[in-house]
Design a protein around this ligand. Structure first.
Ligand code: ADP
Length: 502
């Protein structure tokens, strides 16, 4: 097993990995930018190395600097977390050259799956149903238009190298196609340094369902069930849950088998996620594979009792999977809310700044994977996610009820956040009924209304607080004109003393 692991990441995921390393009695090394000097992951790691600068480009994406830090500290492995260097094979190859283990899948698997066009072709060849569309290495406008007409509008133009919900463009009508195509190409080039785009049929109101897989270096592949991530904003997940209310035992087996087939097709050898879209008819199509630890992994951990980071580390160290498919049991239900420093009432604009007050929830079935503390300043340079709150319950109703309780307990002062927005989502009848799709937030503008019960209740509480404060201060002022304000206890003690008793 590794002796010392460097975490090439920041925030909650770096803290999550450090916790696991502590459980495994492995030393940890953090890296940090100027802005992250006071971050939680730096405080918790056994050692920390400074990366000068603030932007991700200057710091967490500097593979060579990170490798140098790992060598200097004597780390024998690097955990990339998610984002940053986690799916960059140039980096994992360099780790191998330097004799440092990259805790993630082999470069071949990442290259095959990281490029969405290649991934679709590989999956199709393996007999996996993919979202109807086309896969071309590079397609010109004329042929793209012909293909779009064949697929039928609406279509989705997607960047081959895309990710993080970016680089997608919906085209509803044929006459919008030409301008959308050239815009998509230039956007793809700007964001990912690769102008290739491809086409998919746009599925109306699909559900996003993904399957967690785990594969070791000895050729064993298993799945750990599905997660539903249909509550999204701008194609980015907001709430996730496991299991999906739309998946029964039979479908779970079928999706699991497809996910394992996908993992086998690329000789996968780590934990990973195979994503699907389910259309309104219930048909399921392969979307993409994420070759890394997923943000929403805790909901799978809740229902399986497994530690996915530990699994990932053990696999990287060459150990066989610690569980067989038949030993994997799914118990209860889990839901996760991504807590962001952002303002839902103002188009979710990021709200970095000082956290002046923080009281986090706990109690039965509650887990808060946080990267912040009271007195911490959320930097402007990175993703404003501050924590992932997850709950478990014996049933979906119970885990939702616990999440509502936990969100009620969550108090964050000094910055705008989305706790109230999550509460509205969770209390929504359609959410509670499991009637989910990726357009849920857009289809429910009442989630943003400030003119509802919650708001009125808040106004009433604030008004009551002001009245109590006024009453108290006015009586204190009245009192002070007669004699100095003294506490009842002190007055009583003085009266007793005056009487000469003790
Ligand atoms: P990324 O890699 O950027 O996360 P994905 O391909 O995983 O992109 O898609 C992210 C989300 O975008 C999906 O969960 C879904 O909401 C939406 N989406 C992607 N492709 C389609 C499609 N063909 N039809 C409808 N929605 C889509």
């Amino acid at each position: 097993m590794f002796k010392k692991v460097l975490i090439a990441n920041r925030g909650e995921i770096a803290v999550r990995v450090i916790r696991c390393l502590r459980d495994m009695n492995i030393q940890s090394v953090a890296v940090f930018s100027d802005a992250d000097r006071d971050s939680l992951h730096v405080r918790w790691a056994d050692q920390a190395v400074h990366l000068p600068g603030n932007t991700a480009q200057e710091t967490y994406l500097q593979g060579e600097l990170i490798l140098k830090a790992a060598k200097r500290c004597g780390a024998d492995a690097i955990h990339p977390g998610y984002g940053f260097l986690s799916e960059q094979t140039e980096f994992s190859k360099r780790c191998a050259e330097e004799g440092i283990t990259f805790i993630g899948p082999n470069a071949f698997a990442v290259d095959q799956m990281g490029d969405k066009v290649t991934a679709r072709a590989v999956m199709k060849a393996a007999g996996v149903p993919v979202v109807p569309g086309g896969e071309w290495d590079d397609i010109d406008l004329g042929s793209a238009k012909v293909e779009a007409k064949k697929i039928g509008f609406p279509v989705m133009l997607k960047a081959a190298a895309g990710g993080g919900g970016k680089g997608m463009r919906l085209v509803r009508e044929e006459n919008q196609f030409e301008s959308a195509f050239s815009q998509a190409q230039s956007e793809a080039l700007g964001a990912f340094g690769d102008s290739r785009v491809y086409l998919e049929k746009y599925l109306e109101r699909p559900r996003h369902i993904e399957v967690q897989v785990a594969s070791d270096k000895l050729g064993t592949h298993i799945h750990l069930g599905e997660r539903e991530c249909s509550i999204q904003r701008r194609h980015q997940k907001v709430i996730e849950e496991a299991p999906s209310p739309a998946v029964n035992g039979e479908l779970r087996k079928r999706l699991g088998a497809i996910a394992v087939q996908a993992a086998k097709a690329v000789n996968y050898d780590s934990v990973g996620t195979v994503e699907f879209l389910m259309d309104e008819q219930g048909d399921v199509y392969f979307l993409e594979m994420n070759t890394r630890l997923q943000v929403e992994h805790p909901v799978t951990e809740w229902i399986t009792g497994l530690d996915l980071v530990r699994m990932q580390i053990e696999i990287a160290a060459g150990l066989p999977l610690s569980v067989a498919q038949d030993d994997v049991r799914f118990v209860g239900h889990s839901v996760e809310c991504r807590i962001y420093a952002e303002d839902p009432q103002h188009k979710f604009r990021p709200s970095p700044g000082l956290i002046t007050f923080l009281s986090t929830p706990s109690g039965p079935g509650v887990r808060d994977d946080s990267g912040v503390y009271q007195g911490y300043e959320v930097p402007i340079y990175y993703d404003p996610m501050i924590s992932k709150l997850s709950t478990w319950g014996a049933t979906r109703e119970e885990s939702i009820a616990r999440m509502i309780r936990a969100l009620d307990e969550y108090k964050i002062g000094g910055i705008a956040h989305n706790v109230e927005f999550h509460l509205r989502l969770l209390r929504h009848a359609d959410f509670q009924a499991g009637a989910l799709n990726t357009s849920f937030i857009d289809e429910h503008p009442e989630l943003f209304s400030t003119n509802d019960c919650d708001h009125n209740e808040q106004v009433a509480v604030i008004a009551a607080a002001i009245k109590t404060f006024r009453d108290k201060t006015s009586s204190a002022i009245a009192f002070s004109t007669d004699q100095p304000a003294t506490s009842e206890w002190k007055s009583a003690a003085r009266r007793e003393a005056a009487r000469g008793t003790h």
